[in-house]
Structures are given as C-alpha cells and as structure tokens.
Write a new protein. Sequence first.
Length: 72
Amino acid sequence: MSKVVRVRARLGALVRRVWPAVRGDAGMVTSEYAVGIIAAVAFAAVLYKVLTSGQVSSELQDIVKRALGVRM
C-alpha cells in the first residue's frame, strides 16, 4: 500500500470518527433558551435588590468616596 493510500485511509477514519461530534447539537432548543432567560432575569432581580438595599448602597458610596479622595 502506498503512502498516499495509507494517509487517505487514516484521514477518512479520522473524519468518520469526528464527523458525528461536529454535526451534533449546535445549540440550545427553545425550552432551554426560555429556562436560561428566566434564570438570568431572576438573577438580575436578586442582584438589583441587593445592590439597591440601604447597607450595600451606603457601602458602595463610601468606597467611591474613598477612591475619589485618594491623593496621588
């Protein structure tokens, strides 16, 4: 068997082995998108509530004031 034939055979075997993985699921289905969006919105709502709470808001303002008051 010539070298070209062996290389072609090995390349063909590699393509046959890899091709199903390449052709597989390329993304999420609609229901997965819906669940992902609901989770993202819920996380955003919790984060908004935490960041706008009194104590966290005052701590963030103090951090900004200290950062702006630093002499360089």
